[in-house]
Design a protein around this ligand. Structure first.
Ligand SMILES: *Cc1c(COP(=O)(O)O)cnc(C)c1O
Length: 351
């Protein structure tokens, strides 16, 4: 079968949530961000595993994502929408009991007029300039909003993966200035913010990447493994080339394996001539370009031809692969393609 196998360890995801929950502290609730289909790993399966571990508040990017998480979780857990209340989403927000994080005065008006009494939160901009209301807008509507009973006031840090960045303290001060004294639960920290320390935790944290085994949560458990089957091998003489644009030239007699998986599966073209795959404990360099469905690998040094090579696993995390491909672990995860045979690991009793 020329289908690669993506193993997703739901027990490791649950263990990462518990670890981040401990780091968040006893007086802070720990949510779970399952946007982008659970960072590419399957939002339904991930959300159910996290609910089982104790998570009660889930965050997604848009209402459609909220609908599929609601279907997986059933009634009860709160599902919040970062993009807020968009035109056309009112029925879905109402029928599926979604909680939009309102980003603008337009959204506040839409929400309070169309669904009075329905739960909502508020997103404030403390300097990232992406989503949420700035100080002036917030002051103009705060009284009206507070009267309607928001569930949460949140903001998002731009540089939390860099503890030394001065933006962190600036945003923290701005968040205090905009929210101190209000009798509403507050949330500022995603994974990076949790690691910055207790003054960033407030009432609720919103980890995403750390649940899935990515930096900046250095002590996390890895959650994914990806094995690519070897389709064919061939011997190359000195001077022969491999793949598109002849981007690799054999300088010695070489044995090249072609494995199933390519940029259509989220294995980025930038990995060409740069990444390594693993035959058990032995690294094997990618040679030539990554093509749509295939990657070529130098296995000259192996004693046996392997049936598969691992691109994610014990020797190569999402962040290792991201570094080879000049991107971040988030992009590796969320790019994992639809063609893999997905195998979920659950209930091994590990915690
Ligand atoms: C994506 C996102 C998160 C989660 O961030 P991580 O860095 O993955 O932990 C939290 N809050 C908001 C607003 C987000 O957009």
């Amino acid at each position: 079968m020329a289908t690669a196998t993506l193993s997703i360890d739901l027990d490791a995801i649950a263990a990462n949530w518990r670890a981040l929950d401990r780091l968040s502290g006893a007086s802070t609730q720990t949510g779970a961000v399952v946007k982008a289909d659970g960072y590419g790993l399957g939002s339904g399966r991930v959300a159910r595993a996290l609910a089982h571990a104790g998570a009660r508040r889930f965050f997604v990017a848009c209402s459609e994502e909220g609908a599929s998480v609601r279907q997986a979780l059933g009634e009860g857990p709160q599902i919040s929408i970062f993009s807020g209340h968009m035109a056309g989403d009112t029925d879905m927000i109402h029928d599926l009991d979604l909680t939009p994080m309102l980003n603008s005065i337009d959204q506040i008006t839409r929400h309070l007029e169309s669904l009075p009494g329905h739960s909502f939160g508020i997103q404030l901009d403390t300097g990232m300039n992406r989503l949420g209301m700035e100080q002036g807008e917030w002051e103009a509507v705060a009284a009206l909003v507070l009267n309607a009973g928001p569930e949460l006031i949140m903001s998002h840090l731009a540089c939390a993966d860099d503890p030394a960045h001065e933006m962190n303290a600036a945003q923290l001060a701005e968040f205090h200035a905009m929210t101190d004294g209000l009798d509403v639960p507050r949330s500022l920290a995603a994974t990076g913010g949790i690691l910055l320390g207790p003054e960033y935790h407030f009432d609720l944290t919103r980890p995403g990447i750390g649940l899935y085994g990515g930096l900046p949560f250095e002590t996390c458990a890895p959650t994914v493994a990806l094995s690519l089957p070897v389709i064919q091998t061939r011997e190359l003489a000195i001077g022969e080339t491999v793949g598109y644009s002849c981007a690799w030239v054999a300088e010695a007699p070489s044995l090249i394996a072609t494995v199933a998986g390519g940029y259509a599966d989220g294995l980025l073209r930038t990995l060409g001539n740069r990444a390594v795959l693993w035959a058990g404990d032995v690294p094997c360099p990618v040679v030539g370009r990554v093509s749509m469905d295939a990657i070529t690998v130098d296995i000259s040094h192996l004693e046996q031809i392997p049936r598969k090579l691992d691109i994610l696993g014990p020797h190569q995390t999402i962040d290792d692969l991201a570094e080879a491909g000049d991107t971040i672990g988030y992009e590796i995860l969320t790019g994992l393609g639809a063609r893999y045979a997905r195998r979920y690991i659950e209930g091994t009793g590990r915690s």
